[in-house]
Design a protein around this ligand. Sequence first.
Ligand code: DP6
Length: 394
Amino acid sequence: MKKATCTAPVNIAVIKYWGKRNEELILPINSSLSVTLNQDQLKTTTSIAASRDFTEDRIWLNGKEDNINHPRLQSCLREIRRLARKRRSDAEDDSVSRILNYKVHICSVNNFPTAAGLASSAAGYACLVYTLAKLYGVEGELSEIARQGSGSACRSMYGGFVQWIMGEKEDGKDSLAQQVEAESHWPELRILILVASAEKKHVGSTAGMQTSVKTSPLLKLRAESVVPGRMEEMIESIRKKDFESFGQLTMKDSNQFHATCLDTFPPIFYLNQVSQRIIHLVHRYNAYYGQTKVAYSFDAGPNAVIFTLEPTVNEFVEVVKRCFPPESNGDPFLKGLPVDEAPLSQELLSAVECDPCPGGVRYMIVTQPGPGPVESQDVSLDLLGPDGLPTQSI
Ligand code: DP6
């Protein structure tokens, strides 16, 4: 039996991907840019084993067996095996050619609750592709394959600040992710994830963007006339570590993405009352200081992602707690990097004043930019036992 275990990160787009020009190859209608989050707080771990004794390919996700025939999963498996075969004929590597004929068992877990509505498909597919590549000894560019699992997954193949260049070719060979700056580039940058209490399940990204492409004239305008300029500006502000410009663009792009959702027919609403309160709170906080100290971004759900710099974290967390008094349910309200208590001045309190909404934010995860996927050398993290079956059920 040959095995590999790897971990991969979540990423949050600051220039959003929304809309495909090719559904099957997952080719986007615009380029996008994201920040890779640190795996100490959020990650997917995947173990894959190949053995002569396995009779079929199988997959377990978060402790439960899942459907291996999912078309996107099959695309990733097929493409990696194709690359491995190509390499084998180049390198005449016997051990690889042997395991290429074996079936695989795949076991994958997230270290964050899927129920929280945090996008897990990006980390999941990035981890799948990276682990398969390690198993089969495939090196080099892999974002093109991760993209075929889930569009945003291609950006989780690198750490730090990553752009997904939309490309022009019909076969998608030039629709790739590329690192803009490494995770060490902007050490003060912090990311807070505010998990909002949500009533019901929302429209998934894949279905949502399909309807938007078909019905929203604003989306077309955005892709053609707005995003190209914003990509350049965003890369520039990251290179210069200019938070004012980075924060403004991040908020504007999140708002435009949600505007295209409202422009979709029938409209899609991802933001709820809690999200709207957070938006107002951020603007009031920034207005008090007369500069952009914090910036929000929202994906296809009500959770807020806040970008800020290290010196602002303690105070802003305190402000959030005032506005959304934590409801104790046994779980800690704050997870991730340590946060110290910060006194709030009367002036600040009256500037950000809001009607307290207890429990509106269920908990917060404090994190920072982090590296791309890594192979684990620690056998205790192996999710598949010597029999090739999951060692734990979650
Ligand atoms: C709002 O990558 O989940 O998070 O390609 O259909 O799998 P598929 O969609 P997905 O869409 C992510 C949309 C987003 C914005 C972003 O991450 O850029």
